[in-house]
Design a protein around this ligand. Structure first.
Ligand code: NAD
Length: 465
């Protein structure tokens, strides 16, 4: 039988093949789920404290291999080596953080109306968790999903993106080398076909997904039809509101950093800067200056600030969205220089009307639209005028405006005087509106445990004497 291969390409050198893996078909995915189901029995029996120790060993092994993994990340995904090293550090800390919860109390006791009866709750693992992840944080997002799932006694079948197969394999190898038992973490490769097979499999008890809205919605339809748990972290269209009382040079650095960091390929990236009143002109001219100064290039070069997009296809998608905006009447206010030869798209600043499609649909790349409004209330209304609700920020000295924005902005993460990007690895994370699904939130150990376990109520009486 002819095997379908997934090829991993270096986006900075499109003629360089980083590696190849075999795409798993539905039968192979099913076999991985069955292996995970079998392994979960022993893993659960091990007890949470011993699982926590193994998880700590996994974190240490990833830390030992961090430089190799970071270089592979830059090679496959394109982000700068500095960004890749930072991501590895975050992933190691995430694993240690979840391992540290092994000794937490895992239930409560309740008074009983029957003398000598003990009434308590306890948590049990859901069973097999499918983790489906995107390419933009190819180690950090899997760490958020896999580490707590394993700690709480689940086995995991992980399907990473087809853009980063070699890195996913290297990460899984590190965990196996650290002593994670066979079958407890199964890696499957493939795109929609493998993903559909995984979420449809009756042996999968819960699905945790990070990616785009349409794929998330299709997964939720399948899991809810068969009664499996689902957790979705989806796209965003995040606004930065800039008031006139802040230094435009500083404000532009927050906005440009939030828009262009990670080549704009972050779900929390700043897509719209909304300037209030007379903030518009000085902000726009500083954003232009800072964008034009950005150094775009191969992420392996330490001088590079902005790497390529993940693939040629991603570049074509961004270019098509910008061209559509120009056809609608948007104007290019600034563009950085980008080298030829890779999946490079120049960081781009647009101006135009807030009704542009690009002002409400997510374009996953280094493109920011700068808009002007008269009042803070207008800015809040504009920020809220997309179906998404992931992150938002307001830049101002005024405490009253900050409180108003925190209350009224439709976003699961709201900041003041900080970029829309970047979150603490242990704080509940998730969006509102189309950016999420009503499930306990990711990242924080206390919220995610409600997704990864079932709570039982146990009534224990003594046999009468
Ligand atoms: P994507 O939705 O195309 O793919 C995500 C994952 O789903 C990949 O592993 C892919 O192979 C798999 N997949 C594709 N079709 C599937 C199907 N029909 N059934 C099951 N699985 C399927 O997203 P992407 O392009 O990899 O990532 C970019 C998107 O992810 C953006 O929309 C971004 O905003 C979002 N994102 C969200 C967060 C968050 O935490 N909210 C974080 C990072 C990225």
């Amino acid at each position: 039988m002819h095997e379908l291969m997934i090829q991993s390409i270096n986006p900075a050198q499109l003629d360089e093949i980083v590696g190849e893996v075999v795409a798993d078909d539905a039968a192979a995915v099913g076999a991985a789920v069955e292996r995970a189901r079998a392994a979960q029995i022993g893993w659960r029996e091990l007890g949470i404290i011993r699982r926590g120790r193994i998880l700590r060993a996994c974190a240490d092994e990833v830390a030992r291999r961090a430089e190799d993994l970071a270089r592979l990340m830059t090679l496959e995904e394109g982000k700068t080596i500095g960004e890749a090293r930072g991501e590895l550090e975050g992933a190691v800390e995430t694993m240690h953080y979840h391992a540290g919860h092994a000794r937490d109390a895992d239930g409560r006791t309740f008074p009983s109306s029957t003398p000598d009866e003990l009434v308590r709750t306890l948590r049990v693992p859901v069973g097999v968790v499918a983790a489906i992840t995107p390419w933009n944080f190819p180690v950090q997002i899997p760490a958020w999903k896999v580490a707590p799932a394993l700690l709480w006694g689940n086995a995991v079948v992980w399907k990473p993106s087809t853009e980063t197969p070699m890195l996913s394999q290297a990460l899984a190898d590190a965990l196996a080398a650290a002593g994670l038992p066979d079958g407890v973490l199964e890696l499957v490769h493939g795109d929609a076909e493998a993903g559909q097979a995984l979420v449809s499999h009756p042996g999968v008890d819960a699905v945790t997904f990070t990616g785009s809205v349409p794929v998330g919605r299709s997964i939720a339809a399948i899991t809810s039809a068969r009664g499996a748990k689902v957790q979705l972290e989806l796209g965003g269209h995040n606004a930065a509101i800039v008031c006139g009382d802040v230094d435009p040079v500083w404000a532009a650095s927050i906005v440009v950093g939030g828009a262009m960091g990670g080549t704009g390929q972050k779900c929390t990236a700043t897509r719209r800067a909304v300037a209030v009143g007379d903030a518009y002109e000085p902000l726009l001219s500083e954003i232009i200056r800072q964008t034009e100064a950005l150094v775009v290039g191969d992420g392996m070069d330490p001088a590079t600030q902005i790497g390529p997009l993940v693939s040629e296809r991603a570049k074509a998608d961004v270019a098509a969205a910008v061209n559509a905006a120009l056809a609608e009447g948007a104007q290019i206010a600034a563009q950085a220089q980008a080298p030829a030869g890779g999946a490079y798209y120049p960081p781009t600043i647009l101006t135009g009307d807030s009704g542009l499609v690009i002002c409400r649909e997510e374009v996953f790349g280094p493109v920011l639209t700068v808009l002007g409004v008269d009042t803070v209330d207008d800015a809040i209304a504009l920020a809220n005028s997309t179906p998404f609700g992931l992150s938002a920020t307001v830049l101002t000295h005024d405490e009253r405006t900050i409180r108003r924005c925190i209350e009224r902005l439709d976003a699961g993460v709201v900041k003041a005087n900080a970029p829309t990007t970047g979150t603490e690895l242990h704080v509940p994370f998730g969006g509102l509106k189309d950016s999420t699904y009503p499930a306990p939130r990711e990242q924080n150990a206390e919220t995610v445990v409600d997704f990864l376990t079932w709570t039982k109520s146990a009534y224990t009486r003594l046999v009468p004497e």
